[in-house]
Write a protein that binds this ligand. Structure first.
Ligand code: NOJ
Length: 540
C-alpha cells in the first residue's frame, strides 16, 4: 500500500505560524523551531502554503519567482534546512504549486505584457477587443476577470485578483516551464505537491470553458509523467468543481494523475445552490452524511479520498459546524473523530488540533483578506447594510483561519514579540497549545490519539483498508458508521448536535476505544450527550 495512505498531513500557513525574526510575519526558521511539536503530534507530512517570492496581493498565491523564496520567510538555505530537519524527524514536505496563474510581477508576465510579439506573450491569455471587455466574466475575487493591458491594448485574463494573470496551458512552453519548476523542487528533496485550483488550467476562453476543460486530464497526465509519477510522491489537486466521478479519474490507482484531490462537495453544503458563499445557509446533516458516504463508497478501491474540514480559505470548523462556546472541546473532538476514522488521508489545518475558533473582527481596518475586502466594496455598492456584510465575514471570511497560531498565553500568543500582521484572536489566553499539551482531556491530545490510531495502532489497517457502512442513516442528530476489515470492526458514533440521543437497542461491543467525554457510561443501551462521540471495537 502506498505510504501516503497511512499518512496524516498538517497544513502550515507560514505567515501566521511562528515568527522568529520579529518582523510580525511567520518564517521558515519559525517552522523549524516547531518541528519537534509536529513530531510530538505525530503527523508525517507538512503541506506548506506558498513561500515563494511574491508581492502578496493574495498572500503568496501570486508568485513572482518559483525558484526563490520570499525574503520575509527566509532564504533558500533556510528552506533546505527545513527539508533536512523535517526529514530527520520523519516528516516530509509538500509544496504548494500555483500553476494556473502567476503574479503580474513574474518575469514571464512582465515580458508578455510589454509587446504582443514578445516570446512570452503566448504564456498568458490575452484578447484584443478594440478596447471593449471581451466578456462579462467575473473573477473569483469579484469585478471583471479581464484587465486592460495598455502596452498592447489587449485584455488579459485573471480568474482571481488583477495581479494574478492566468497562464495559457495550451502553449507547450508553459507546461514545460511548470514541469521544470516541479522537478527543481523534487530535486531539493520535497516529497509532495498540492496543486492550487488545478481544474482551471485547461480553460478555453473561445468556447467559454473555464473549469474541467477537455484537455484537463491529458495535461495532468502529461505533467505527472514528466515530473512526479514513479517518484513515490504524495500529490493532491484542489478542485472546487469535483464530483465523485471526477475524483475517481484524478485519483485513479494507476497513478497516472494525483494521489487524491480535495473534493469540496461537503464544504459546499452550507451554501445554497446558485448563491454566494456569503449568503449563509444552514447545514443539513442528512446531506452531509449522504455526501461523505458517497465519497467513501465510490472511491473504495477505485481511488483515494482526502479528509478535511479546514484550510486557509475556510472558517474554523468548530465555529462552523460545532459549538465554539459551551461545547467547544467536545464538539471539536467529535468533528475530528468523525473524520479521522474514515478512509482517506486526513489534513489538519494549523490550530485545528487545539480547537482554534473563528475571529470576530470588529473593525474593517483589521481585515486583511483581499476576497473579504472586495466583497465589502461590492455588497455596499449593491445596497447591503454593513452589519449583514460583517455577519457573513464573521461566518465565512478567510481571515478566520489566518489569525496567528496560539502557542501560549504570553503576548501575541507566543507567535511573535511584535504586533502581528493580522490580529490575534483574544481567546489565546485560554485556547493555546501549551495549556493543552500533556492534558489527557485536551483537544490536542485527542488529535494526537487519532493520528496514532491511523499511523501506529493495531487498528491501522481497518482505518486504511476497511469497508465503510453508514448506520442510523436517517437519524437527524447522529452521524454513525462502521469500518470493517478482516474480522475487525470499528463503530464510530458521533452526536452532531447539542442534544441527547438514546439508542436503547444498540448492539453490544467488546471494547470502548475512544470517547470525547471523560466518563463514558455504556451500561444501558447507548446514550449520547451533546456532541458526544465514541468509537467501539468488536470482532465479527
Ligand atoms: C486557492 C487558494 O487556496 C487560495 O488561497 C487562493 O486565493 C486561490 N486559490 C488563488 O490562487
Amino acid at each position: 500500500m502506498e505510504w501516503w495512505k497511512k499518512a496524516v498531513v498538517y497544513q502550515i500557513y507560514p505567515r501566521s505560524f511562528m515568527d522568529t525574526n520579529q518582523d510580525s510575519i511567520g518564517d521558515i526558521q519559525g517552522i523549524i523551531s516547531r518541528l519537534d511539536y509536529l513530531k510530538y503530534l505525530g503527523i508525517n507530512v507538512i503541506w506548506l502554503c506558498p513561500v515563494y517570492a511574491s508581492p502578496n496581493e493574495d498572500n503568496g498565491y501570486d508568485i513572482s519567482d518559483y525558484y526563490d523564496l520570499s525574503k520575509e520567510y527566509g532564504s533558500m538555505k533556510d528552506m533546505e534546512e527545513l527539508i533536512f530537519e523535517a526529514k530527520k524527524r520523519d516528516i516530509f514536505l509538500m509544496m504548494d504549486i500555483v500553476a494556473n496563474h502567476t503574479s503580474k510581477e513574474h518575469r514571464w508576465f512582465i515580458e508578455a505584457s510589454s509587446d504582443e510579439n514578445n516570446l512570452y506573450h503566448e504564456y498568458y491569455v490575452f484578447k484584443d477587443n478594440n478596447g471593449v471587455l471581451p466578456s462579462d466574466l467575473q473573477s473569483v475575487f469579484l469585478d471583471s476577470a479581464w484587465e486592460l493591458n495598455p502596452a498592447t491594448n489587449e485584455y488579459y485574463l485573471h480568474l482571481f485578483a488583477k495581479g494574478q494573470p492566468d497562464l495559457n496551458w495550451h502553449h507547450e512552453p508553459v507546461r514545460k516551464s511548470i514541469y521544470d519548476i516541479l522537478n527543481f523542487w523534487i530535486d531539493k528533496g520535497i516529497k509532495g505537491f498540492r496543486f492550487d485550483v488545478i481544474d482551471l488550467i485547461a480553460k478555453d476562453m473561445d468556447h467559454d470553458i473555464i473549469g474541467d476543460g477537455p484537455l484537463l486530464h491529458p495535461y495532468i497526465k502529461e505533467m505527472a509523467k514528466n515530473t512526479f509519477k514513479d517518484k513515490d510522491l504524495i500529490t493532491v489537486g484542489e478542485t472546487w468543481g469535483a464530483t465523485v466521478e471526477k475524483a475517481k479519474m484524478y485519483s485513479n490507482p494507476d497513478h497516472s494523475e494525483f494521489s487524491m484531490i480535495f473534493n469540496f462537495a461537503h464544504i459546499l453544503l452550507d451554501q445554497e445552490e446558485g448563491k454566494e458563499k456569503w449568503d449563509l445557509y444552514p447545514l443539513d446533516l442528512i446531506k452531509l452524511k449522504q455526501t461523505l458516504n458517497e465519497q467513501q463508497q465510490e472511491l473504495y478501491q477505485a481511488g483515494w479520498n482526502s479528509l478535511f474540514w479546514n484550510n486557509h480559505d475556510l472558517p474554523r470548523i468548530v465555529s462552523r459546524w460545532g459549538n465554539d462556546q459551551e461545547y467547544r472541546v467536545e464538539s471539536a473532538k467529535m468533528l475530528a473523530t468523525l473524520l479521522h476514522f474514515m478512509q482517506g488521508t486526513p489534513y489538519i489545518y494549523q490550530g485545528e488540533e487545539i480547537g482554534m475558533t473563528n475571529m470576530k473582527f470588529e473593525n474593517l481596518e483589521d481585515l486583511r483578506d483581499i476576497e473579504s475586502l472586495n466583497m465589502i466594496k461590492q455588497r455596499l455598492k449593491l445596497g447591503y447594510d454593513l452589519p449583514s456584510i460583517m455577519k457573513s465575514i464573521h461566518a465565512k471570511g478567510r481571515d478566520n483561519a489566518r489569525t496567528p497560531y496560539q502557542w501560549n498565553n504570553k503576548v501575541y500568543a507566543g507567535f511573535s514579540e511584535e504586533k502581528p500582521w493580522i490580529k490575534c484572536n483574544p481567546n489565546y489566553v485560554t485556547i493555546n497549545m501549551e495549556s493543552q499539551k500533556n492534558d489527557p482531556d485536551s483537544i490536542l491530545e485527542h488529535y494526537k490519539t487519532l493520528i496514532w490510531f491511523r499511523r501506529k495502532s493495531l487498528y491501522s489497517d481497518v482505518i486504511a483498508r476497511g469497508t465503510f457502512k453508514l448506520i442510523y442513516q436517517d437519524h437527524p442528530d447522529l452521524f454513525a458508521y462502521q469500518r470493517s476489515y478482516q474480522g475487525k470492526c470499528l463503530t464510530v458514533l458521533c452526536n452532531f448536535h447539542n442534544t441527547r440521543i438514546s439508542l436503547p437497542d444498540f448492539v453490544s461491543h467488546e471494547r470502548l476505544l475512544l470517547s470525547n467525554y471523560k466518563d463514558s457510561n455504556m451500561t444501558k443501551g447507548l446514550n449520547l450527550r451533546p456532541y458526544e462521540s465514541i468509537v467501539l471495537f468488536s470482532n465479527q
